[in-house]
Ligand binder design. Structure first.
Ligand code: TRP
Length: 461
């Protein structure tokens, strides 16, 4: 297809053709009715797509552990767009997830030209202070710095062996002149995303990464890298059921019973296949065709749903045998609220957004001069009605400030019918936003003393 959309995580423009994005990158749509206590961002279709969210929901419904990890670059001030990510983290936390948040200081250093020292200051004063104010549970939130967590960097480095410049060119459009720190950033992010599964960070469990859809390239990369490290894979079997295959790599050939000279230690291999069979038996399968010679185990009666059951057991076995045993991360994606000027929201253009520490008066001015979906004249507005879909004041109520669906629905239809005027719409937004910002300011003050407690031990100086 000639008119494919592209996603560039560092670009200042972003496709809003969300159906297309779902289709082109193979995302799944979010069905809010399948979520426990859906958040307004789910109910309104703002969190619109995901990958493998079912793994997390299954863990939740069977009271098994699951985690959430996300990251933010500590560049500039925290604004409404960033808040959306933390709102989702908080929602997952309320559903029982443990929380890790990366301060993406290496990435900000690589792509935004900030020193690591500046990143630290901004992270604490602007970001973590607001995480506390936004109501994350300090008992169950761990904020760390990319630059201060060696395992994250080591994992990124190790995963780097599974990719190459051509793949980076294909995913990110990197070219010969691309700075190498910038090339490293996605690998560090892969380390961020996967490291909570390591034993010392909580062990194997589903990890969900809530992000803006601009970050999906990183998830595609990370899922691919994790998959390539896996020793065992589970695929549909041609004649029905599933088949487990063994993936022999430099790193695991010895553990899988293949000597340096290529000779196969049959006993060792047999014992691994026995372990696979026994984990399948424990899961309740009885029809199991083990074929060590072909490196496969067939399970004719398994359904595609059973994959989710079998996979973690194989990852456990991989770990037992000395492998990383990494599960591909789950992710959810939100749409972007429009910038206040009608184009993209960006922290480097203050007129396009509202900062979480914004003075209420400044906020009021921004809303008053924001892009509107009203008609040019009062007469036309009454006759034709306004368009809430492109109206900043309405959209900000929808994304950020009005959590009552009925109230929002009334505002929307009032605007469409022409009953609510543009100035009134803006005033509704200003009132709600004032209340929100002043509450948040209070919470920031109230929680200032616990900001440090959000930091992981390795984040303390
Ligand atoms: N790349 C993200 C951004 O641009 C920040 C980030 C770093 C991140 N590590 C992460 C996001 C891990 C999600 C998961 O803001």
């Amino acid at each position: 297809m000639g008119d494919d959309v592209s996603i560039d995580p560092w670009s200042s423009s972003q496709s809003t053709d969300y159906d297309r994005i779902i289709q082109q990158f193979g995302l799944q749509s979010v069905d809010p009715t399948l979520l426990p206590n859906p958040h307004m961002l789910h109910r309104r279709g703002i969190v619109f797509a995901h990958r493998d969210l079912n793994l997390v929901l299954d863990a939740h419904s069977s009271s098994k552990p699951f985690g959430v990890l996300t990251g933010l670059m500590p560049s500039g001030k925290m604004h409404l767009g960033h808040k959306m990510v933390i709102d989702q983290v908080k929602w997952f936390q309320e559903q029982g997830a443990d929380v890790s948040i990366a301060v993406a200081d290496l990435e900000a250093h690589a792509t935004r030209g900030l020193s690591l020292a500046e990143c630290r200051r901004v992270a604490l004063e602007e970001y973590v202070a607001n995480y506390a104010a936004l109501g994350l549970d300090v008992e169950n939130t761990s904020v760390y710095f990319q630059s201060m967590r060696p395992v994250v960097q080591r994992l990124g480095f190790t995963l780097g062996k599974r990719t190459n410049l051509s793949e980076f060119e294909a995913i990110y459009g990197f070219k010969g002149e691309t700075n190498l720190a910038h090339v490293q950033a996605p690998l560090v992010q892969a380390g961020d995303i996967l490291h909570p599964q390591l034993e010392e960070f909580g062990g194997l469990r589903p990890i969900v990464v809530p992000v803006g859809v601009d970050q999906d390239p990183h998830l595609r990369l990370t899922r691919g890298l994790a998959g390539k490290t896996n020793w065992f894979n589970v695929k549909p079997r041609k004649s029905g059921g599933l088949v487990i295959g063994v993936s022999v790599q430099d790193e695991n050939s010895e553990a899988l019973g293949i000597a340096k000279d290529g000779r196969v230690n049959k006993e060792k291999r047999q014992s691994i296949f026995d372990k696979i069979c026994s984990l399948l038996t424990n899961l309740g399968f009885s029809d199991i065709l083990s074929n060590p010679k072909h490196g496969s185990v067939e399970i004719p009666a398994a359904t595609s749903r059973d994959r989710d059951l079998i996979r973690p057991e194989l990852l456990r076995l991989e770990r037992e045998l000395g492998g990383l045993g990494l599960l591909q991360p789950s992710s959810t994606y939100h749409q972007f609220a429009m910038g206040m000027t009608g184009d993209k929201m960006s922290s480097s253009r203050p007129e396009t957004t509202i900062f979480l520490s914004e003075d209420v008066k400044v906020m009021g001015k921004k809303v008053k001069s924001s892009f509107s979906g009203g008609q040019p004249t009062l007469e036309e507005h009454r006759r034709l009605g306004g368009n809430p879909d492109i109206d900043v004041a309405f959209q900000y109520l929808r994304y950020f400030f009005e959590d009552d669906d009925n109230a929002l629905g009334e505002i929307e239809s009032g605007y469409r019918s022409g009953e609510i005027l543009t100035g009134q719409m803006k005033q509704i937004c200003i009132d709600k936003a004032s209340e929100y910002l002043s509450n948040l300011g209070e919470m920031r003050d109230q929680n200032a003393h616990i900001v440090e407690s959000f930091l992981a031990n390795d984040a303390l100086l």
